[in-house]
Design a protein around this ligand. Structure first.
Ligand SMILES: C[S@@+](CC[C@H](N)C(=O)[O-])C[C@H]1O[C@@H](n2cnc3c(N)ncnc32)[C@H](O)[C@@H]1O
Length: 436
């Protein structure tokens, strides 16, 4: 990723004389598979995590320079409901060398960069779990995103709860034994409220092979394949925001290089995909032991844990309490009559009675309104701005809407919604990108 290479045995010189960084050394010359077309044009107002705004949409076209036939690379992906997107925080300006950052939830306090989801990290790599709306030719259509327009995407991987969610892993043998010893263990999360609502005292993990109540399979939604219970419904952003809040997810654009995001990775999504050829229990047991940093011996023991001994053990992920402490309460969002009129006009493209005409990503004015509400309800302001520029105007752009608003005690009020080409200019605005 970095320009300069250190001399060393791991490099190979090509015919043209240039030096290839070696994979063995962990050096990688990345080639974006595509550049994201996103409904968010700038960092300001872009949600801090993808779960904040389910109506946020993006499209990624795989570049022909990467694959001659981009559609071949996406074959089979349509069977998944969610995907991991690996991307570059290309608007960071520079690579960060700060070992400690200040997540908004810590209100100015510092913590190690690797304990956060800060965009400001040594390799500027982002990781977002997005909903896969559709695959069309060589393009994927996503929703529930937190990346800005033009973001270079490095990779797409399917989200597979069996591998990606601790709730679906099998406990190694040691855990089985200790869980059997402790019929009523303490909650594992400091903050409590984990999605795993299984009463472990009643269902010792190693004695009961049934899945925990909280992750019980629900009928699949047609063409979706994901259990309905844990889906964040696009049609209900309020519930979405509630869920996001209860899971410790937060929203908002990151304005300051020193202000970072932190968040637990677990969203409690449940999936029941078949494993690719391997015996499911064995595969999960291996994964569990590995995740625990287990030894080869532990892995073998876990893998050979007989039926009834190594069962699907509902395991909560653990996050520090601060991750779930909201930096500010969820805000009430309201529109002035003027803003209501603006939005209706924008949706109609100026033609009375017409909806959706002007939006590129939103399907209706209602969706646009919900997206604006979701962004603002989670308070997208930086800590600095929240503390020191309380009564100043705040702007952000979503789809073709340039939104002007202000924040009061417990609320955000949308003042204007203008087409992006006509941003509202207000003199004396607070430069919240610059620290005091
Ligand atoms: C806190 S990061 C989290 C991203 C990802 N979910 C993760 O955990 O790695 C999300 C914020 O990064 C910023 N951002 C999004 N795309 C970016 C880009 N291409 N370059 C720089 N910053 C970006 C936005 O301000 C957004 O609110």
């Amino acid at each position: 990723m970095r320009g300069e290479e250190e001399p060393g045995p791991g490099r190979t010189a090509t015919l043209c004389g240039c030096v290839k960084p070696a994979l063995e050394r962990g050096n990688l010359l990345t080639e974006p598979i595509g550049y994201l077309e996103s409904c968010f044009l700038a960092k300001n107002g872009t949600p801090r995590q993808p779960s904040i705004c389910s109506h946020s949409r993006a499209c990624l076209k795989i570049r022909k320079s990467v694959f001659n036939n981009p559609e071949h690379s996406l074959m089979g992906l349509e069977h998944f409901s969610h995907v991991w997107i690996l991307f570059v925080f290309h608007k960071n300006g520079h690579l960060s060398c700060k070992a400690k950052v200040q997540p908004p939830r810590l209100n100015g306090a510092k913590t190690g960069v690797f304990s956060t989801r800060s965009p400001h990290r040594p390799n500027a790599i982002g990781l977002t779990l997005a909903k896969l709306d559709k695959v069309e030719g060589g393009a994927v259509y996503l929703s529930g995103i937190d990346m800005i327009h033009g973001t270079p995407v490095l990779d797409i991987k399917p989200y597979i709860a069996d591998y990606d969610s601790p709730q679906n892993l099998i406990a190694p043998l040691e855990d089985c034994e200790s869980q059997n010893d402790q019929r009523a263990p303490e909650p594992t999360s400091q903050a409590g409220g984990e999605t795993d609502s299984c009463t472990r005292g009643q269902l010792p993990a190693c004695e009961d092979l049934r899945p925990c109540q909280s992750t019980e399979e629900k009928p699949r939604r047609p063409g979706c394949g994901i259990s309905g219970a844990n889906l964040l419904e696009p049609s209900d952003p309020a519930r979405h925001t509630d869920l996001a809040g209860s899971l410790g997810l937060e929203s908002g654009g990151d304005q300051s290089a020193s202000v970072a995001e932190a968040q637990s990775g677990s969203r409690g999504l449940r999936k029941d995909f078949a494993e690719d050829g391997a015996e499911p229990g064995l595969r999960r047991a291996e994964g569990a032991a590995f995740l625990q940093g287990g030894s080869a011996e532990a892995r073998t023991r876990a893998a050979s844990c007989p039926a009834g001994t190594a069962a699907r053990a509902p395991r909560s992920s653990v996050v520090p309490a601060w991750v779930r402490e909201a930096p500010a309460a969820t805000l009430h969002v309201r529109f002035t009559p003027h803003a209501e009129k603006d939005l209706a006009q924008l949706g109609s493209g100026g033609e009375p009675g017409v909806d959706q005409a002007s939006f590129k990503y939103f399907r209706s004015t209602k969706e646009a309104r919900r997206a604006i509400e979701a962004v603002l309800a989670a308070d997208p302001r930086s800590v600095y701005r929240r503390k020191l520029c309380q009564d100043r105007l705040f702007y952000f752009t979503v789809d073709v809407a340039h939104v002007t608003c202000w924040f009061g005690d417990g609320f955000a009020e949308v003042l204007r919604v203008k087409p992006v080409s006509e941003p509202v200019q207000v003199p004396g605005e607070c430069l919240w990108d610059q620290p005091p």
